[in-house]
Every structure is written in structure tokens, then in C-alpha cells.
Design a protein around this ligand. Structure first.
Ligand code: FAD
Ligand code: SF4
Ligand code: SF4
Length: 420
């Protein structure tokens, strides 16, 4: 199933959040574009109306995450976590391809009849086309990131019309939040057995910004086929001829440090690690080892265990590791961010690299040796993004602060001595 991308969102017409001065929060998750039921029902399940985690987390796990548990507070409720790679990595997957492999096995073993995922659009290699995949080939074609906000849930319309009873949905946390609420709120997909496979997601952007950003990061943005912000403090960009270009975070052009680069929805997102999914599969907590494609697996529910059982023998598994200390890095990054934000929109946007690439490389090399690694890198990234997003919402959507922000964010602010 394919659909035209990013039609004028029903959310734009329906949201009561909209004012003349600010943009409606919507990550174009796709539900409001479904025509099989009224959009005014879909929007009732919007995470930007209901908020992140909290009650939704209790509905899934029977309790909320414990703020007394330093890791559960950040990573969400899990039954087990570990590092893994597929023994036989899938070519052109984002990492080793655990997500696609899992989806293909679930389909082949008839655990699910279809998979809601994304194909690549013909318009741009990195743009998504929502799809209900009903063959191994169609599932495999979904591999790899589409690094823009994506309407995955539009595929629910096809699943509903086809009378699918067992469905896998691969999504970012906004997709999984909206999906879980909609399934319990209305009858349309209530009886569907849904397996939610989550990817971590942060700092996402609108499709129209993608090329502007890539042009500023890469020496040849048209040939980039894979890019990721990596644990070695570099952006890694792989080109179609196989070349790997590395750009240190510290040398990114200053115009990319503006909060307005990211979608407002993604600056108002408080579930980086997809805490409601049955299983979350990312990389940020895994050690970075050359050509190893290590991934980070978080099994959250019994359904997640059942899915993992399908592929466990295909994985090389390793324990989590952790080294370094994140605290100073989080504090400095958060303070720099606040300074920039306080300058306000009237201040001229600085452009170009403040730190030349050669010096950025030196700093990245030092950070890689002494900075946060493994789980500590994940804690660093989670803490920084929660703090930054808190201040973004406080400044731009103060009336939504109470609804959107989960409890553990206040604990993290307090831990670093930042004011709520
Ligand atoms: C914008 C973005 C930011 C991310 N940031 C982080 C991060 O900071 N830390 C981290 O650990 N992981 C992050 N991830 C997830 C990570 O990059 C991998 O997608 C994940 O580890 C799965 O790898 P894989 O090889 O198993 O996936 P594959 O087997 O290649 O499968 C990837 C699956 O994700 C789906 N997908 C791709 N793009 C999107 C999208 N935009 N929305 C919903 N579904 C999508 C694909 O259709 C496919 O089904 C991010 C992903 C995205 C899209
Ligand atoms: S995020 Fe999804 S549910 Fe919310 S307004 Fe946008 S399309 Fe609708
Ligand atoms: S950052 Fe959050 S809101 Fe934005 S696409 Fe990812 S999960 Fe959705």
C-alpha cells in the first residue's frame, strides 16, 4: 500500500493546540490521514494531546517506570537488555538488520500476516512511503532509515480494510504511542493482535529540511546512502561508492545547532528509547567497534520475548558495557544550548564551522578515549535530549508542559541542578 506523502495534515485543521504564533505539534505519524474512520477520532489518540508515557506506560506494563532506578528511568521498563549483531548482517540495513530479520521471521512463521513499515520513495532516497508489507520481499525492501518524520500508521488503513488479524508495526515512539492508544480507544483495530517493534528516535526533521541539512554536513549530499550520529562523536555518512565520510559533531556548521532545524514535534518528544514497544532495537547503548554493527536490544514485554525467540539463534549476543562519565558533557552541552536559546530569534544566526574539521577530529578522538561509552553514552544522549526538549516546550508550548512531560524528566533536571 502506498500513498502520496504528507498531504495537508488533518491535524492542521483539527488541532485545538494551534495558535497564530506557533506551529501545531504533529509528527505526521499517519493516523490522521487514514480515511477508513473519521480523522476527528484519530486525533483523540495523538501523543501531543495525551502526553508521553505516564498513564500509557501503566496501561502496557501495569506500572510506570521507577524514577529511583537510574537506568529504568532513562531506558524504560525492560525484561532484559543486551548487545547483539545478526550473524549474517543484511546488506543495506541500517545496522546489522535485526529489525528486518525479525519482521521476516515473524511473517515466515505466520506469527504475523503483515508488517506496517516504510519503503523508500521514488522522489528522494531518504523519503518514506508507508506500506503494508505482505511478502518477505516487501518486508526486506523496508530496511534502512528514512531520516525524516514518517506516516507509518497510514498502513493501518490497508490492514483494517484487508481484515488483517495479526500485525507487526515497526515504528518510532510517536507511532507506538498513538497506535497503542487508538487500539484501546476505538473498535476498528481492537481485535487485531499487534506486535510493536520500536526503533529509538530523536532529532527528526521535516522532509523539506533534509537536503538543506545534508548539504551542510556532507561534501556530496546527493551520493549519501546512509548516515547516523555515532558514539564516536562523528556523523558517519556512507556514499554510494562505499566511501565513509566522518564529520566531527564539534565541527558541524553552526546554523545546524539552531533548535528550529528539528521538527517542533521532535523537540517536544520525551520517549527517545520507545518505551511502549514490545521490543526496542537501536545502537546508542552498544559499544562502537569497527565493522561490527553492534546493536542494543531492549526486550520489554512477553510479546517482545516471543518475537526474540524467533531469531535468538541468529544473533551473536554480548553483555552491555559502560565506561566514562557523562555528567560534565551533559551539563556543558545543556548550558551551551540554553545560551543559544536565550539569544532568541532576533539574534543573527551564525553560520559556518566554528571549529575546523582537523580540530574537531582531535576533540572527537579524545572524547572517544575518555568520554562516555556504551551505556554511559546512551545515558548522556538521553539526558541531554530530555533537558533540551524540556526547555524547548517550556519556552514555546508552556501550556502543554504539564501534559507532555513525564515525571522522570523532572528528576533528571534536578540531578543536574537545572531549574524546572
Ligand atoms: C530519525 C531516526 C533517528 C534515530 N536515532 C537513533 C538514536 O539516536 N539511537 C539509536 O540507538 N537508534 C536510533 N535510530 C534507530 C537506528 O538508526 C536503526 O533504525 C535501528 O537500530 C534498527 O537498525 P536495523 O539494522 O535493525 O534496522 P533495519 O533492518 O534496517 O530496519 C529499520 C526499520 O526501521 C524503519 N524505519 C526507518 N526509518 C523510519 C522512520 N523515520 N520512522 C519509523 N520507522 C522507520 C524501516 O522501515 C525498517 O522497518 C534512529 C532512527 C531514525 C529513523
Ligand atoms: S501526530 Fe499523528 S495523531 Fe497526532 S496530529 Fe499528527 S497525524 Fe494526527
Ligand atoms: S523524535 Fe519523537 S516525535 Fe519525532 S519522529 Fe522520532 S519518535 Fe516521533
Amino acid at each position: 500500500m502506498t500513498a502520496p506523502l504528507f498531504k495537508s495534515s488533518a491535524a492542521q485543521k483539527l488541532s485545538s493546540h494551534q495558535t497564530a504564533h506557533r506551529e501545531t505539534l504533529c509528527s505526521t505519524c499517519g493516523l490522521c490521514e487514514v480515511r477508513a474512520w473519521p480523522a476527528k477520532e484519530s486525533i483523540q489518540s495523538c501523543v501531543f494531546k495525551l502526553g508521553w508515557l505516564g498513564e500509557q506506560e501503566s496501561n502496557v506494563f501495569g506500572r510506570e517506570r521507577r524514577v529511583e532506578d537510574e537506568d529504568e528511568m532513562r531506558f524504560g521498563i525492560t525484561r532484559r537488555r543486551f548487545i547483539a549483531s545478526l550473524k549474517q548482517p543484511i546488506a543495506e540495513a541500517q545496522w546489522s538488520g535485526i529489525v528486518s530479520h525479525l519482521a521476516m521471521r515473524a511473517f515466515e512463521t505466520k506469527k504475523v500476516e503483515a508488517v506496517a513499515t516504510l519503503h523508500r520513495s521514488k522522489t528522494d532516497y531518504f523519503f518514506p512511503e508507508p506500506v503494508l508489507a505482505t511478502s518477505v520481499e516487501e518486508i526486506l525492501a523496508g530496511r534502512g532509515n528514512k531520516p525524516v518524520i514518517s506516516p507509518t500508521l497510514l498502513a493501518l488503513e490497508t490492514a483494517y480494510k484487508q481484515g488483517i488479524r495479526k500485525l507487526m508495526v515497526i515504528g518510532a515512539s510517536c507511532h507506538i504511542h498513538v497506535l497503542k492508544d487508538f487500539q484501546t480507544r476505538f473498535d476498528y483495530i481492537r481485535e487485531m493482535e499487534i506486535f510493536a517493534v520500536g526503533i529509538p528516535c530523536v532529532d527528526n526533521i521535516k522532509p523539506r529540511k533534509l537536503r538543506w541539512i545534508l548539504e551542510r554536513i556532507s561534501r556530496s549530499h546527493e551520493t549519501v546512502r546512509h548516515y547516523e550520529f555515532m558514539q564516536d562523536f562523528n556523523v558517519h555518512l556512507k556514499h554510494e561508492n562505499g566511501d565513509l565520510e566522518k564529520v566531527p559533531y564539534f565541527s558541524l556548521p553552526q546554523e545546524l545547532a539552531q533548535n528550529s532545524v528539528f521538527a517542533p514535534s521532535c523537540m517536544s518528544c520525551f520517549d527517545y528509547l520507545n518505551g511502549l514497544a514490545d521490543i526496542t532495537i537501536g545502537y546508542v547503548g552498544a559499544p562502537l567497534e569497527k565493522n561490527k554493527k553492534r546493536q542494543w536490544v531492549m526486550v520489554r514485554t512477553q510479546k517482545g520475548e516471543d518475537l526474540l525467540n524467533l531469531i535468538e539463534h541468529d544473533l551473536e549476543v554480548f553483555p552491555e558495557t559502560s565506561a566514562g562519565n557523562r555528567r560534565e558533557g551533559v551539563r556543558v552541552s545543556a548550558e551551551q544550548m540554553m545560551e543559544r536559546t536565550n539569544l532568541g530569534e532576533a539574534a543573527p544566526v551564525k553560520t559556518g564551522r566554528k571549529i575546523p574539521i582537523w580540530l574537531g577530529r582531535v576533540i572527537a578522538a579524545v572524547m572517544r578515549r575518555i568520554g562516555p561509552r556504551g551505556l554511559e553514552f546512551a545515558r548522556y544522549s538521553v539526558d541531554f535530549h530530555l533537558i533540551r526538549n524540556y526547555y524547548f516546550v517550556k519556552k514555546n508550548y508552556p501550556d502543554l508542559l504539564q501534559t507532555l512531560v513525564p515525571k522522570h524528566v523532572y528528576k533528571i533536571l534536578k540531578d543536574y541542578g537545572f531549574k524546572a
